[in-house]
Every structure is written in structure tokens, then in C-alpha cells.
Design a protein around this ligand. Structure first.
Ligand code: PHE
Length: 455
């Protein structure tokens, strides 16, 4: 059977399935764990505004471009560029995707592992009787406890590998369709409790009333990097998924829906967390433990809180899984296509290599001090992927779609061979060709301090 036929067979079964799978990749720890804590670290509302700007004006057009490249070719990251630019360096883009998948998964598994611990904790009554200080201590001691988080991350990676090995499409589509709406529902219930807590308004103010004096170059770079991370952009996940999208689907509305879904979940997570942080006098800049230290207190305060708490950690884990499988899939697809490995072996090899890195990452938070550039190995991998690899990947995709591909062929794919009307095609091209590369370039130069040279 030819490769083409295989691809066609694997297409997503419904419009909702595509959105659910792409949103499944986008919605993950990035929205619920990372977004609230980096917003907290960077002063709140002003950071949110910069983030939204990047999401819609840079992230969304790049997501659409990834879908265009993927569907046009029906290939994986490497193959897609090879087909559109045969023999050119563009094919090497695949390496960047692999690199990003390795770095992201290494710390992603650690964080997902923490939620397994919390899932188990939430089954015991004593966990629900702790004070805010005790929740905080519980998290701090878990992270540095050495072997325990390592066991959890290995469990998480094994689950990811099992799903990827079994072949992703059926699984992802089926589960994502049911579970994503369910996650949304639980977060909304959490939000209602959080904003009705006494003292909640201070938290909402922190999250929604901007104070631009709190912004600096680093925060802007972090907002840009997180926009890419949260939308799963810049490393080929959505090129790969684009390959499975049917020729009749409207790519730009699909991208817009995924972008909106991802953003709404992140904002709802913030609405659940910040009111609670202020109501209980916690520190919004508490860092990576913010969600784990704050939300158990909110669950404590609501009827059937133990049940909702358990469900929340379960769904967090599932949201993490629908993202981690998309990350591992990028590596596996590449090993299968380029190294001609059998899918099962490719999955085992990729998962084993990443697990080793991930163990180092987890240990670097406690017993084993691995410090590079003043950062723990965990932070280093997080920063390298979000602040460098993904924006550089996004930049390349924008250049490829905006400058390398012919305008006519982009239009053809976006309008399904001129059967759809895409009124704002001109605006889209402007964003891809000019604003996205220019915006990313400016943030980088600014961060590197080049703009300060003239001060
Ligand atoms: N978008 C995912 C999240 O928010 C993480 C991710 C990044 C997944 C890059 C795939 C590619 O958790």
C-alpha cells in the first residue's frame, strides 16, 4: 500500500475531531500549569495583554501556515518541507522539531508526573485537611524528593509511549472529543467557586488590570515564547496534524477555533487561580508550584470538593497526555520515515532517550545540582524550548509560507482550490510575511539588548 493511501485512511473523521485533536495538543500543562505561574511572575494583566497580542497576531497566522504546509503535502515535518522545497535546507527544519520535542518532553513528563502524585493524594481524606502552608510544603518536598517524582515521570512517559505505539489517530480523536469539553466544564465550576471567595476581587484585578510598569524585555520574550508553547507551534506538531485534515475543511477557521479554545482555557485557569491566591494570601510569583499549591485550597472550600479535585487532576493528566503524545509523535514519525525504523522500536527508543533526560531534569530540582547558565537543568530545558527553539521555528515557518511558497499556492490551499471565500487573505498574508517575522525579530533583538546599545 502506498504511503498516500495510508495517509488518506488516517484522516480525522469529523470537523470536531480535528479541532479536538489539535486543541488536545494545544491545551495542556501550558495552559493550566505554566500560564498562570508565568503571568504571576511577570506582574499579571500587562503580561496577559502582550500574550494575547502574540497569540492572535503572530500565533494564529503561523498555526494556519502549519496547517497549510501539512495538508498540502500530507507528510511529516521533514517530508513536508522536502516535498515543497526539494533538496533545499528547509528539510532540516525537522531537526529543530526533534530537538524541541526532546527538550519539551523532558520537563513536561516531570510536571505531568507531579499531577499523578496529586491524583493519588486526592483519594486520601488526610490530603484534604491540610492548611495552605502545608500544601505549599507538600509540593516543595515532593519536587526535591528524588525517587518519587522519577517513578511518576516514568509512568507518564510509558503511558505516552503506549498510546503512540498503538497508532495515534483513532485514540486521540476518540478521547479528545469527550475529554476536552469535560475539562472545560470542571474549570468553569472551579472558576465559579474561585470568584465567589471572599477577597477574590483583588486577584481578578491582578489578572485583568494592567500595570505596564511591570513589563520588561524578559517578560515580553516570555510572552512570545509561551504563545508558541501553548499553541504547540514552531516545531511541526500542527504540520503533522495538518496532513490528516480533509481537503474540504476550512483551515483558517479551524486554526482560529483552536487558538480561541486554547486561549479561553488559559484565561479560565487564571480566573480559577488568582482570586484564590489573593483570597488566601499566597504569593502569585510562587513559580512552578503555583497551581499545585493553590487549587487544593479552592477544592477544600467547595461542596463535593474532593470529587472535583480528583476529577481535576485526572483531567489535567489527560490534557497533558494529549499534548505529550503529539510531541512524541513528531520524534517517532521522523525515526520511522528517516531512519526506517519500525514504529514500535522507534517509539521505545525515543521514549527511552527522553526518559533519561527527564530523570536528570527531575533530579536537578533537588538532590543532583545540575546548573548551567545559572539555571537548573529543568529551567534550562524549559527556557531553551519556549524562548528559543519554538520562536525560531515559528519564524522559519512564517518565512517559508510568506516568502518561499508562491502566494497563489498558499491561497489555493487556504481556499480549498478557490471553493471557499477567505475575505481576509490579504491580511493573513501580511501577518505571515511581515508582522510575524518582524515581531519575532524585534523581540529577539530587544531581548539581546541590541536596542539598548543606543541609549
Ligand atoms: N501546547 C502544549 C501545552 O500547552 C505543549 C506543547 C508544546 C505540545 C509544543 C506540543 C508542542 O501544554
Amino acid at each position: 500500500m502506498g504511503k498516500k493511501e495510508a495517509k488518506r485512511k488516517d484522516q480525522f473523521g469529523s470537523k470536531f475531531g480535528i479541532i479536538a485533536a489539535a486543541a488536545g495538543s494545544a491545551v495542556g500543562l501550558g495552559n493550566i500549569w505554566k500560564f498562570p505561574y508565568i503571568t504571576g511572575n511577570n506582574g499579571g494583566a500587562a503580561f496577559l495583554i502582550v500574550y494575547l497580542f502574540f497569540i492572535f497576531l503572530i500565533g494564529f497566522p503561523i498555526m494556519t501556515s502549519e496547517f497549510i504546509i501539512g495538508r498540502k503535502t500530507g507528510r511529516n515535518v521533514h517530508g513536508a518541507f522536502e516535498r515543497l522545497a526539494p533538496g533545499k535546507t528547509w528539510g532540516k527544519f525537522g531537526y529543530l522539531g526533534i530537538f524541541a520535542a526532546f527538550t519539551i518532553l523532558s520537563f513536561y513528563c516531570v510536571v505531568a508526573g507531579w499531577s499523578i502524585e496529586y491524583l493519588i493524594n486526592s483519594l486520601s481524606n488526610s490530603f484534604w485537611e491540610l492548611t495552605p502552608q502545608q500544601y505549599s510544603d507538600l509540593f516543595d518536598s515532593l519536587v526535591v524528593s528524588g525517587i518519587k517524582p522519577v517513578i511518576y515521570l516514568v509512568i507518564f512517559m510509558s503511558l505516552t509511549a503506549l498510546i503512540v505505539m498503538a497508532g495515534v489517530k483513532d485514540g486521540i480523536e476518540k478521547y479528545a472529543k469527550i475529554l476536552m469539553p469535560f475539562l472545560l466544564l470542571i474549570i468553569i465550576i472551579l472558576d465559579i467557586r474561585a470568584i465567589t471567595l471572599p477577597g477574590a476581587s483583588k486577584g481578578l484585578e491582578f489578572f485583568f488590570r494592567p500595570d505596564f510598569s511591570k513589563l520588561n524585555a524578559h517578560a515580553v520574550l516570555e510572552a512570545l515564547g509561551h504563545a508558541f508553547f501553548s499553541l504547540s507551534l514552531g516545531m511541526g506538531v500542527l504540520i503533522t496534524y495538518g496532513a490528516y485534515v480533509g481537503k474540504k475543511e476550512n483551515l483558517s477557521t479551524t486554526a482560529l477555533q483552536v487558538t480561541i479554545a486554547d486561549t479561553v482555557i488559559a484565561i479560565l485557569a487564571g480566573v480559577a487561580i488568582f482570586p484564590a491566591v489573593f483570597a488566601f494570601d499566597l504569593n502569585p510569583g510562587a513559580g512552578p508550584g503555583l497551581v499545585y499549591k493553590t487549587l487544593p485550597i479552592v477544592f477544600q472550600q467547595m461542596p463535593a470538593g474532593h470529587f472535583f479535585g480528583f476529577m481535576f487532576f485526572l483531567l489535567l493528566l489527560i490534557a497533558a497526555l494529549t499534548s505529550s503524545i503529539s510531541l512524541l509523535e513528531v520524534v517517532v514519525a521522523y525515526f520511522v520515515d528517516e531512519l526506517k525504523m519500525v514504529r514500535k522500536n522507534a517509539t521505545i527508543m525515543a521514549a527511552a532517550l527522553i526518559t533519561i533526560l527527564s530523570i536528570l531534569c527531575s533530579l536537578s530540582l533537588g538532590s543532583v545540582k545540575i546548573n548551567l547558565f545559572g539555571l537548573s537543568f529543568f529551567d534550562l530545558l524549559d527556557k531553551i524550548s519556549s524562548n528559543f527553539a519554538l520562536p525560531i521555528g515559528g519564524f522559519s515557518i512564517a518565512i517559508f509560507a510568506g516568502w518561499y511558497l508562491k502566494r497563489k499556492s498558499v491561497k489555493q490551499e487556504l481556499t480549498n482550490n478557490n471553493t471557499l471565500q477567505v475575505k481576509w487573505f490579504g491580511i493573513f498574508m501580511f501577518l505571515v510575511k511581515w508582522l510575524a517575522p518582524f515581531g519575532i525579530g524585534v523581540v529577539f533583538l530587544y531581548k539581546l539588548g541590541l536596542f539598548n546599545l543606543f541609549k
